[in-house]
Design a protein. Structure first.
Length: 337
């Protein structure tokens, strides 16, 4: 019998909890989950999950639950660290710094189930001899209250290797294929390998860099955006076309018709609030840098005109400063009298 992989999962919200459940139910991994706001609830009662893939599960707990990042120098050295937190590089500590205690140099495989572009760069810098995998998650799953998970759209996870120039490509690809096997072992999820990580990340950005950000700026959900006069024509479609052009400038040809598919991908009358709108309404920091800033910088550095994306980016940057001020993360001079 193959020895189980030791997996540390950081970020057990809607996406991360289903990831932990898949890994646990597959029987190929010993899962340790690091929780924050829902820690006490999970310890006392477990997760209550309503899942389109797994059915209704009450009082489920990962095999081990912690409220701090463990140190790799203790008895357990993790084979994988799966990170499904929001990625906010303009705030400290960064994700790469946060997980540092748990990473064994040259051993721990880092799996980033996070959105955005160039998210691997700080990990390559800090952990030059560790494999880093990309996880593009296509799932509808939300933590509606602490430890209550509503999973209403099937889990599909696309795994591939971010190619670390310090390591052999074949070793990294093999690691990605092995994680696909472990993650999908329970047969409850669609987990697939890709050898083209940039394609899948840019494709998802057509939605996340545009609809996600425009909903956050306007306060409208994805249904009301389409009902609000010509907003879809004057904001959404131009922004999406700019992302498609930026991807092409980077050598990534996205499917024909992707703009129209992404505009209408959410049924209008479910009135879906994308994650960034939810964060804005809660006064939380947003992932605007990796979702929009990075594709904007990649495109404009190659001569692509991106006026809509530029406006959205700087608007979100100003909003982010406001949220930071409210949280005491920036210091301003006292008001003159």
């Amino acid at each position: 019998m193959t020895e189980k992989a030791s997996v540390l999962l950081v970020g057990a919200g809607g996406v991360g909890t289903i990831a932990a459940l898949n890994l646990d139910k597959g029987g190929q991994a010993n899962v340790t989950a690091v929780l924050r706001s829902n820690y006490n609830k999970v310890v006392s009662e477990g997760f209550h999950i309503k899942s389109i893939d797994h059915g209704e599960i009450k009082s489920w707990k990962p095999p081990q639950v912690l409220n701090t990042i463990p140190n790799h120098s203790s008895t357990t050295q993790f084979d994988y660290i799966v990170i499904s937190t929001k990625n906010i590089p303009d705030n400290t500590p960064t994700t790469a710094d946060l997980v540092s205690p748990a990473i064994t140099p040259g051993k721990t495989i880092i799996v980033l189930i996070q959105n955005g572009l160039n998210i691997e760069t700080p990990f390559f810098t800090k952990y030059p001899h560790n494999i880093c995998l990309s996880g593009v998650s296509l799932i509808g799953s939300h933590e509606t209250s602490p430890a209550f998970i509503e999973h209403d759209d099937p889990d599909r996870l696309i795994i591939g290797a971010f190619h670390n120039p310090n390591l052999e490509p074949g070793i990294q690809d093999a690691a990605a294929r092995e994680f696909v096997r472990i993650y999908g072992a329970a047969g409850k999820t669609d987990c697939e390998y890709t050898d083209n990580v940039p394609f899948h990340r840019w494709q998802k950005l057509v939605y996340n860099a545009c609809l996600n950000t425009i909903c956050a700026v306007t306060g409208l959900d994805t249904g009301r955006i389409r009902l609000a006069g010509d907003v879809a024509d004057t904001l959404v479609r131009p922004a999406m076309r700019e992302i498609v052009a930026a991807a092409e400038a980077c050598g990534i040809l996205l499917p024909e018709g992707i703009v129209e598919r992404m505009v209408g991908i959410d049924p209008l009358t479910i009135y879906l609030k994308p994650s960034m709108l939810d964060d804005v309404e809660r006064g939380n920091l947003t992932e605007f840098e990796n979702l929009l800033g990075e594709p904007l910088r990649e495109g404009t550095s190659r001569g692509i005109a991106m006026p809509t994306a530029t406006f959205l980016y700087h608007t979100l940057k100003a909003m982010q400063w406001r949220f930071k001020e409210r949280k005491g993360l920036v210091t301003i001079p006292p008001k003159s009298v």
